[in-house]
Write a protein that binds this ligand. Structure first.
Ligand code: AMP
Ligand code: GLY
Length: 427
């Protein structure tokens, strides 16, 4: 079967690498892809906003499955356009992708389906939001409703900070995404990510991970898309995962199906593990980046068979998913300046990754035959090991062989899990 993968970051490189390993995959195309993805796929130049062009390409090249990596084309309805002409697609409709596209939409769904989450108020004007502030204790969380590349969340420690965030958002600092604002109660606990595949009716768990959102060591400095991740997250015990499936994931899938807008694709739940149990922070309608890289390093099932069964509504007939028990950890090498304005164009020379390790390209391009940095997050150096500590050691050993003077990484990735491993070794 010919497959078209949409996107061009580290998440898509990991997906391409795994899709290409399937005996079901006879041809893999990627749009736009990147130089790493080009090892596994033929890169094609299609404007993802031009749905007719995507459909024409699929028809001309006998594509039997489209896999959508990022959220923007999903929120923009690419899966609807493909489904309308019977091209199987992995990814939710625009209506279901509102789970990521609108924080208010997700909060209302949680209220309707009694899903545990932080208390909230949706506000359509600064006046309403400023008045509603008095109902919240501090810190209070102020969120732009729409897509904001992970930057539209302010945890305000004081009322003045909250008021400033509200005025900024309604003042247009997040464009249309800030036309509505959600105020939320602050939740305390450890964060973890949980993934599930669903075809709209059937649901299976698809692993756990934890990422490091802050740019600096010790989880300091501004938020990023993620400076590294590992899988599994041992804090999400089997009992907690069952609770997440029962109290959060299944009610979401059932409610969206009952509304006539079934969710088909991967559900990525950001969770807060509170003393009252797991609560939903937010949903994403696609795989996490760089969480996907560590999940793909551990996946032992055929990814094409799984994603196709999701696209075709036959997930109940698919086997798996199964994951290797040993953990994987990925280190993000970012360009200097990230998460502000990254320096582009710095040259990169890569070593050959040993067995059990892989370097995924996130923001690279070829310039006159030379690999150079082209984005904020540039490489995802990923390794497996018998423990997170060993996976971390293997990943950093490979990082040290990468020649990328224009880049930097955090050196303390996995610290929570490594402390837990050290603690249990000492027991
Ligand atoms: P989001 O984009 O909604 O995932 O929020 C980004 C980050 O803000 C999350 O990963 C959390 O660290 C934090 N956050 C968001 N909402 C809350 C909340 N209600 N309570 C505590 N922290 C939150
Ligand atoms: N790493 C977080 C995300 O993909 O949203």
């Amino acid at each position: 079967m010919n497959i078209l993968l949409l996107g061009g970051g580290g998440r898509e490189h990991a997906l391409a690498w795994k899709l290409a390993q399937s005996p079901l995959c006879t041809g893999l195309f990627a749009a736009p892809g990147n130089p790493g993805i080009a090892e596994a796929a033929r890169l094609v130049d299609i404007d993802l906003a031009d749905h007719a062009a995507v459909i024409d390409f699929c028809r001309a090249n006998n594509v039997g499955l489209v896999v959508v990596g990022p959220e923007a084309p999903l929120v923009d309805g690419i899966a609807d356009s493909l489904r309308a002409v019977d091209i199987p697609v992995f990814g939710p409709s625009a209506a279901a992708a509102q789970l990521e596209g609108s924080k208010g939409f997700t909060k209302d769904l949680c209220r309707d389906a009694a899903i545990p989450t932080a208390g909230y108020v949706r506000c359509t004007s600064a006046e309403v939001a400023l008045a509603a502030l008095s109902d919240f204790s501090l810190p209070v969380v102020v969120k732009a409703d729409g897509l904001a590349a992970g930057k539209g969340v302010i945890i305000a420690q004081t009322r003045e900070e909250a008021e400033e965030a509200i005025r900024d958002m309604f003042g247009g600092s997040f464009g249309a995404s800030g036309a509505e604002v959600v105020l939320e109660e602050f939740m305390e606990g450890e964060e973890a990510s949980f993934f599930a595949l669903t075809d709209g009716t059937n649901v299976v768990a698809f692993g756990s991970a934890q990422d490091h959102k802050r740019v600096g060591e010790g989880d300091t400095g501004p938020n990023t898309g993620g400076m590294g991740a590992y899988s599994p997250a041992s804090v999400l015990t089997p009992a907690l995962q069952d609770a997440v499936m029962d109290q959060i994931i299944r009610p979401t899938v059932t409610t969206l199906a009952a509304r006539g807008t079934p969710y088909s694709g991967v559900l990525f739940a950001g969770l807060m593990l509170t003393t009252d149990g797991p609560k939903l922070i937010e949903y994403n309608c696609r795989f996490g980046d760089p969480e996907c890289q560590v999940l793909m390093m551990r996946l032992t099932s055929d990814l094409v068979a799984l994603l196709l069964s999701v696209a075709q509504g036959t997930l109940d007939e698919a086997s798996g998913p199964s994951f290797a028990p040993d953990p994987a950890l990925t280190v993000v090498l970012a360009a200097k300046g990230y998460p502000g304005t990254p320096e582009k164009g710095a040259p990169i020379a890569l070593p050959v990754a040993p067995d059990g390790a892989k370097i995924f390209h996130a923001g690279t391009m070829l310039k006159h035959g030379q690999l150079v940095a082209s984005g904020g997050r540039v490489l995802n150096v990923t390794a497996r090991g018998a423990t997170v500590t060993q996976a971390r050691d293997a990943a950093y050993a490979l990082v040290d062989q990468v020649d990328f003077p224009g880049g930097f990484c955090r050196r303390d990735l996995g610290w929570r899990e490594i402390a837990r491993e050290a603690g249990s070794a000492a027991d």
